[in-house]
Ligand binder design. Structure first.
Ligand code: NAD
Ligand code: ZN
Length: 348
């Protein structure tokens, strides 16, 4: 164990930037990483404001943060594909490699998975962490630490686009222009969609999404999404609908959006169970897909960013110094409509 400075959620509503004992010995197959940049995720903020997410309850002090990039500072035995000094980003989830889910290739839904900043597992808003090399990915020279810390939420978008089974030229709809919805839209465009309607009620978020070629913003305060879809598709419907708001209200009218035989990809997670119009889905044979984080997406996510086809930089609204980490969280709680992603720079 070693004493290191970290942003600790002591209990609901109480954050402290203080020293904490964390295990930093590097075992076989592991690497130690000096953290550079960490993104603030809605789930970190929810633990701060609510002290729990569903069955995961903060019962003991927990370091927050799971969207991270940094530099390798030590290698464990047997690690050959990384070296000290490599700039990297990390998958926050560690599955049991021998579990039935992992052997099926679905390591994201392994019931044994541990995930940074999901109680009782500490996150990475701290100077250094130890992580399996297999879940640590080298960043190309032209991908910054800030972009590296965006790979985690973008991987959710990649998983959604993969689950959608997009065909070249598809028309998609994304409900919700938060960081997840916007990155889902970018992954859908990179995956072959001709156009993506992005719907929200926060105009500043729509203005940010609208900077991207191919995204058509729709403010649901002034226009029905179904009308925008009908206009764009001659009344046929969208090939793919990505639900990324988590708002129960979105489910009330969602079946108006897909075309016959189209798909709904569920990314947003309502806090309470919601009613689904099963008959509406039936008459169109709507295919419904679910997304839980991601599996096998980091390599391709990084490749897209490095290629220049996906530019995530406009989504980073502000970067805070590590000393101001609490300020960053209070700013996230404010939920300014013009904020997409807030980041904390841990490295000096
Ligand atoms: P966010 O709160 O920043 O964004 C949600 C957006 O939806 C907001 O901009 C809000 O104005 C908008 N919105 C609210 N009601 C709407 C409606 N009826 N129609 C259209 N837009 C509406 O959240 P986020 O960080 O972008 O995450 C989005 C959702 O994805 C959350 O529910 C989150 O829990 C979930 N999530 C799921 C996974 C997964 O693995 N499935 C991973 C990360 C996040
Ligand atoms: Zn997250």
């Amino acid at each position: 164990m070693a004493m290191v400075r970290a942003l600790v959620l002591e209990r609901q509503h109480e954050l402290a930037l203080r020293d904490i004992d964390l295990p930093l010995e590097v075992g076989p197959g592991q690497v130690r990483i000096a953290i550079h940049t960490v993104g603030v995720c809605g789930s970190d903020v929810h633990y701060y404001t609510h002290g729990r997410i569903g069955p995961f309850v903060v019962n003991a002090p927990m370091v927050l943060g799971h969207e991270a990039a940094g530099t390798i500072v030590a290698l464990g035995e047997g690690v050959t594909h990384l070296k000290v000094g490599d700039r990297v980003c990390m998958e926050p989830g560690i599955p049991d490699a021998n579990s039935r889910a992992s052997r099926l290739g679905m390591y994201n839904v392994d019931p044994a998975v541990t995930f940074w900043a999901t109680p009782p597992i500490h996150g990475v808003l701290t100077a250094e962490v130890v992580h399996p090399a297999n879940y640590t990915f080298k960043l190309p020279d032209n991908v910054s630490f800030a972009e590296g810390a965006m790979v985690e939420p973008f991987a959710v978008g990649m998983q959604a686009a993969s689950k959608a089974r997009i065909q070249p030229g598809d028309i998609a709809v994304v409900l919700g222009a938060g960081p997840i919805g916007t990155m889902v839209a970018l992954a859908a465009l990179a995956g072959g969609c001709a156009r993506v309607i992005v719907a929200d009620l926060a105009q500043p978020k729509l203005d940010i999404a609208a900077q991207y070629e191919g995204i058509i913003p729709v403010n649901i305060r002034t226009e029905k999404v179904a009308d925008a879809v009908a206009r764009l598709t001659d009344g046929w419907g969208a090939d793919v609908v990505f639900e990324c708001s988590g708002a129960p209200k979105a489910w009330e009218t969602i079946m108006n959006l897909p075309r016959p035989g189209g798909a709904i990809v569920v990314v947003g997670l309502p806090v309470e169970p919601v009613a689904i119009d099963i008959a509406g889905a039936s008459v169109k044979e709507v295919r419904i897909e679910n997304v839980f984080r991601y599996a096998h997406q980091y390599d391709r996510a990084i490749a897209l960013i490095a290629s220049g086809k996906v530019n995530l930089k406009p989504l980073i609204s502000e970067t805070f110094a590590f000393e101001d980490a609490k300020t960053a969280f209070d700013r996230a709680v404010e939920a300014r409509p013009s904020d997409v992603k807030l980041q904390i720079r841990v490295a000096q």
